[in-house]
Design a protein around this ligand. Sequence first.
Ligand code: KG4
Ligand code: ZN
Length: 356
Amino acid sequence: MLILGIESSCDDTAAAVVDCSDKGAVALSSIVSSQDALHARYGGVVPELASRAHIETIIPVVESALEAAGVAIDDLDAMAVTEAPGLVGSLLVGMSFIKGISLVNSLPFVGVNHILAHAHAAFLLDSNGDDDKNGGSQEEDSNTTEVPDFPFVALVVSGGHTTLMHMTDHGEYTVLGRTLDDAAGEAFDKTAKLLGLGYPGGRVIDSLATEGNREAIRFPRALLSKESLDFSFSGVKTSVLTHIQKLKGGIDDATLRDIAASFQEAVVECLVTKALRAMESVNAATLVIAGGVACNSRLREKAAKECERHSYDLYIPPPKYCSDNGAMIAALGYHKLKKGERAGFGLNAKPGLKDF
Ligand code: KG4
Ligand code: ZN
């Protein structure tokens, strides 16, 4: 089934053409137009600017995705679009666009949940001809020749979410834990802002941390001593702020790298410890980690080491499919379409987080 996947829930306009089957999904193209530069001066996403930018970019992004895949609209079998959660104005752009295409071309479509779609990036097999913002700039060390077997534990870590789920089938899940305050990516971004590193800062902290000492400062690991599978990341950010305020003579480059590495270590330790605890709690043997923060090199390294030690199978999609993209939307949409689900023109945005 050839599916056009569209993502516009926050600040990335993304489209992908994906060849989907029960064996997995192969992205023939995946185009992402980032709004990072637009929101950087505000230090966070401005909803009204985001939806306006989606309106301007959605047509060229979809045209590029079709062109890169070498297909026309007529070749598509169906479409999938993010319906929840996200910024309502942003979600509506993708949804209205897909309804228009459906009306003109009589193409069926479904709405999908963005967080479940992040976990479905693990079903994307090796692709070629991609061109997106992460392409080629980060190590592509992931297993993209096999898909995970159900049941598995999924840790979705992004700018808006930090959720541990037990997934028993496509779209079937139980939430095991979630953040009680900031999402992991939000903690990276807010800490980067405190350190004057710009927005979004996750990638910058990751790169500074590679040359820093992760044991230089012991930042707090919230909720680690408890049995809970929930997370809390607001304290670590405050702790970084207090640490900076105590540094009377300002921050030199070496200190900056140590703060970045120590902060990152605190977050990663919480994520990996809780993920392993979740694996034990449901007796799972497979772990999937996805979402923008899953691009983090230390998280990938520590998760790989721990999963090897416990003989768990680990699936972390390549960075280009960890951050927001249209291919993961199509990969999940396929399973809904296969079950016979079809959305009507009454499909509406569901901006709230609901269970997540
Ligand atoms: O999944 P995503 O693209 O969008 C949301 O659904 O939120 O995730 C974006 C988040 C941002 O907070 C960004 O700083 C973070 O992922 N991120 C990283 C890295 N790359 C992106 N965080 C830590 N290390 C990275 N290498
Ligand atoms: Zn996301």
